[in-house]
Design a protein around this ligand. Sequence first.
Ligand code: AMP
Length: 283
Amino acid sequence: MIIFKKRIDISNYIVNYKKTSGKIGFIPTMGALHKGHISLIEASKKTDTLTICSIFVNPTQFNNTADFEKYPVTIEKDIDMLEKAGCNVLFLPSVEEIYPADSSTTLPYELGFIETVLDGKYRPGHFQGVCNVVQRLLDIVQPNTIYLGQKDYQQCMVIKKLTELIQSPTQIIVCPTLRESDGLAMSSRNMRLTSVERIKAIRISEVLLFIKQEIKPGNLQDLKQRCINYLTNEGYNVDYVEIADATNLILLQNWDGKTKLVALVAAFLNEVRLIDNRIVNED
Ligand code: AMP
């Protein structure tokens, strides 16, 4: 695996690679890699001739300084995992490489409704920061395909919107969420959980399965409230438990029994914010 730290070096490499008929697959990450990230590398390896991963803890998408400062960094282990997965290129830039002093910005992105709900509401500025870094990374890497995890359901929709706004030719592939054997969605932030919190963390995926089992056409308010109460009693500080139209994330109070639904949860266990989601009416 070739490791580039400088934007100019990876750009030169990509300009040359683009002269071949190869296909570039790109997996942007913030590091502290786990099997969920590696599943995205594997998805790219199946169809692309060059798989590029980036590791960059993007300061502009953190609306909480403590969360940024405590974000786990495990770079040696990450490099080892990427090597073993057969990743071809790692881009490991500094903040100055991504945000040089003389760089211009296209902020704010006109993301519309998608930025006003769920994490958009609870993490102001977060998705502007995501778009800012993803546009910069797309400009540098120029991938044919970008691989994203369903774990960050709203982020996938935001990045789709970004590619439309900037008229990027990059195709988006959303890959399934990888889970621990007890159902907890894999996440870099899970490393920050104490052993007691780790046991409680499975409540989030339990709530999503509960919604999947219990959902019926009609009013959804009672079901959502029962889930919020359950998590609160378990010691969570809940940002939201919501049920939305899976195609556009419009939050639903009533279900017609036909619309494809996604249930989404965001809640704090002490300092650690966990998010997860599930498509509800699907096997
Ligand atoms: P992150 O490093 O958390 O920014 O995530 C980088 C990419 O990995 C994003 O597209 C995430 O949605 C994806 N990802 C994170 N966790 C998982 C998971 N458990 N399963 C699949 N993909 C994931």
